[in-house]
Design a binder for this molecule. Structure first.
Ligand SMILES: [Zn+2]
Length: 203
């Protein structure tokens, strides 16, 4: 579920639509939470689906740590990638604002975290644009992304969190343990599907 102070707007003819803030949203705010209504498609289900479904699902989904394709039931699926995004995933099942977002600003995300099945070309216009976004970006940027997420979490308790009530209870307790006692941080790397697969093999 996407933050309530957002709306769908056209970006331009090349990019199409995107999600924009309708009010200022401060750094540390949950912008998206993986809530129970999200559609989860397993790798096995995906393989047997009609190609028309597969194209749409690949376009609108992200792949979670378990290899499930997650399709948002609301406008969250229209959030575009940017190589200097103002939102980033965390190890707690939500995306967080990495800086203050102004009303009217587009909300953008880091797709490199989403276990991409194939590389994507990027034309985000950032001076830091990588040109191609792929699963290999984890190796180069994983630590930077995790640092960004950890830094944003420092602001978590200082700002309004309208999406907090939709968090999974166990994840919420784990987050509170980290924020209150600085213990057992859930790193972003837990979202890497291939990392989990190799851990399973080792186990
Ligand atoms: Zn880019």
């Amino acid at each position: 579920m996407i933050h309530p102070d957002t709306e769908l707007r056209k970006v331009d003819d090349t990019i199409g639509r995107g999600v924009f803030a309708t009010q200022p949203i401060p750094k540390g705010t949950i912008l998206y939470v993986k809530d129970p209504l999200e559609i989860e498609v397993s790798a096995e289900q995906f393989e047997t689906m009609d190609p028309q479904y597969q194209t749409l699902i690949n376009w609108f989904s992200y792949i979670d740590e378990g290899g499930f394709r997650i399709v948002s039931w609301d406008i969250a699926k229209y959030v575009n990638h940017h190589c200097d995004s103002n939102s980033i995933s965390t190890g707690y099942g939500f995306e967080i604002a990495t800086r203050d977002i102004a009303a009217g600003e587009e909300i953008t995300d880091e797709y490199g975290i989403f276990n991409l099945p194939y590389p994507l070309q990027c034309c985000c216009g950032s001076s830091r644009c990588r040109g191609t976004i792929s699963d290999d970006d984890w190796d180069t940027y994983g630590n930077i992304w995790d640092k960004k997420a950890k830094e944003a979490l420092k602001h978590f308790g200082k700002v309004a969190q309208p999406l907090m009530k939709f968090m999974d209870t166990e994840v919420y307790q784990s987050l509170m343990q980290y924020l209150n006692r600085r213990r057992n941080y859930r790193s972003l790397f837990r979202l890497r599907a291939s990392g989990n697969a190799s851990l399973e093999k080792i186990g």
